[in-house]
Design a protein around this ligand. Sequence first.
Ligand code: HGY
Ligand code: MN
Ligand code: MN
Length: 421
Amino acid sequence: MDRVAADPASAVSETRQWDRLMEMAKLGAIPGDGVNRACLTELDRQARRLLIAWAEPLGLTPSVDVIGNLFLRMEGTEPALAPVLAGSHMDSQPNGGRFDGIWGVLAALEAVQAIREAGMATRRPIEIVAWTNEEGGRFAPGCMGSMAYTGYRPPDTWDAVTDTEGLTFGAELRRQLEAERDIPRRGLGVVDGATPSAYVEAHIEQGPRLEAEDLEIGVVTGIQGSRWFTVEIHGRSDHAGTTPLRLRKDAVQDMLRAIAALNALMHDPEDVLRFTVARIEISPNSSNSVAERARFSIDFRHPDRTVLAERGDAIERVVKGALTTCSATVTERFNADPITFDRLVRDAVEKAARAQGLGTLRLPSGAFHDAQFLARVCPSGMIFVPSRGGVSHHPSEYTSPAHLAAGARVLAGVLADLADR
Ligand code: HGY
Ligand code: MN
Ligand code: MN
C-alpha cells in the first residue's frame, strides 16, 4: 500500500476502543462505575487473558517476563531492530476507576490495530506492554514491573512484601506465572540486553488542567519525584480501663504526635509539595487494649529533587523526635527521582496531535507512571487526555469516548512515526 496514503489515525475506532474498555471494566466492577482489580489476582489474570484474546487475532504474539510483565508483539519488517514499546498498567486502585492504566494498554492495542488496518508495515516491531503492579495498592510500592524491567531494582526485591491477607508478592507472582505457563517466556528487558528504541504511554491526566483549558491532548513534559515510607511505632498493649496514662506506651498517641510533626516538616505555602498519610494499621486493633503497634504509610512527592532529598531525609529524625513513650522504625519503600521526558517523543506527540488538529498543552505529571523508569533507559514520553473534574483513584473517574479516541489517534501517529525511524 502506498505509505504516504496510509494514515493509521483514521483507522482508529472510537466504538471498538470504548467497547473494549467497558468489557474490561466488568472485571472487578464496583458500585459507582468503579473498578477494583488488584495485581496478581484472578481478576487480573482474567483481564490479561481478555487482552490476549483481542490481540492474537491481529497477529500479535504474547510473552511474559519473570516479574509478570505482559507483552504483545507486532513484528516489524526488520525484526532485529529494537522495538518501540507502548502500554501502561492493568491493575487498579482498590476504589479505582475504569480508565487509569487500562486505557493506556487498550489505546496501544487500538493504535497497533489501526496501523495494521491502514495497511502499514513498520520497520521496527511494536510491543504493547502491561506492567506488573504499577499501583502498589495490594503490594507496596508501585511500578515493580517497570523497575525490574529497566534494572532499577532486582526482580526479587519485593518477594517478601505482604498484602493485607499476609500473602507475599513472591508467592502470588509464582502463582500467576504458573497460571500463565502456556504463554511464552522472555528475558527481563534491559537487564537481559533488550532495550526498546522508545517508550510511549497514553494515560488519563488525573488532574483538571486539560478540561479547564478545553484542550484534548496533554504533551507530558516530565514526572515529579516520589518517595514512599512505612513508619512503625512500637509501644505496649495494656488494659484500657486499668492502666494509668502516665504508665502507657500508647502507639496511637505517639503516631498522632509523629504525623503532626511531619505535617509541620512538609508544610508548603505554595501547595506544590504533596504529603499523604492514607494507610494506617493498628495492633491489636481492639477498643479496650492500648495499641502496641501503629504502622502508617507516607507518600511524599515534589518536582524538585533537592526538596525531595532534604525533607525526605528528615522524616526519620522528625518522627523519632516527636515520640514520647514509644520507639519507631522508618523504612523507605520507593524512591523515584523527578524526570524530564526526551524531546524526541515529546515532539512526536506534539506533531501527531497537530496533524489531527487537536489542541495541546505541555504539562508535568503529578502522578507517577512506569514511564518514569523507562525514561532512564530510552527516549520516553506520555500522552494525556482530559479527566472529568480532574478526578481519579475514584469510581467516578471519567474520560469521554471522543477524548479517548483522540488520544488513541495521536498514539497511532506517534507509534507509526517512531517505528519507522
Ligand atoms: O500513585 C500514582 O501516582 C499512580 O497513579 N499510581
Ligand atoms: Mn496509572
Ligand atoms: Mn493510579
